[in-house]
Design a protein around this ligand. Sequence first.
Ligand code: ATP
Ligand code: MG
Length: 150
Amino acid sequence: MKSLSFPIDLPNSAATLALGTRLGELAAAGDVIALLGDLGAGKTTLTQGIVRSLGYEGAVTSPTFSLVQEYRGGKLDVFHFDFYRVESEHELLDLGWDDYLDRGGLVVVEWPALYSEILPRQARWLSLEHHEGGRRVLLADPPSAGIPRR
Ligand SMILES: Nc1ncnc2c1ncn2[C@@H]1O[C@H](COP(=O)(O)OP(=O)(O)OP(=O)(O)O)[C@@H](O)[C@H]1O
Ligand SMILES: [Mg+2]
């Protein structure tokens, strides 16, 4: 992700998808991406781009109700979490959070600030913001003090 320069302007959904493609190309085994952003900011859209660029061919949907979606069989497995409806850290640990981190895939997390304590140190924090006219802007590594909670 060092080859990206922030902030990145995302005028429409296609731009968010295209950026996801780029992130997928830059991803390596064991990476963790923590995706901040309000409701509807484009976190799932970005993840769809990532999953597609890694060569996964099935449907890519939001893991809101399943808490995690696994996309396997591409260049890199993607484990897509959404912490929004997770009730406790315990629930995530029960789900196998630690194993997911060790499986040599790419872990992407929506609403990571809700359980930021369990995100590993190497996690890349990115933030999608709504801007005027409906466009979005992607920022890197926002300071932890500024991480918005639900
Ligand atoms: N750069 C953009 N400009 C305008 N609309 C966008 C952009 N990126 C994504 N969208 C649109 O925003 C809507 C919400 O996107 P998405 O579901 O990815 O958000 P989300 O952050 O995952 O939301 P949630 O918090 O509910 O999970 C979709 O209709 C998507 O096409
Ligand atoms: Mg989403």
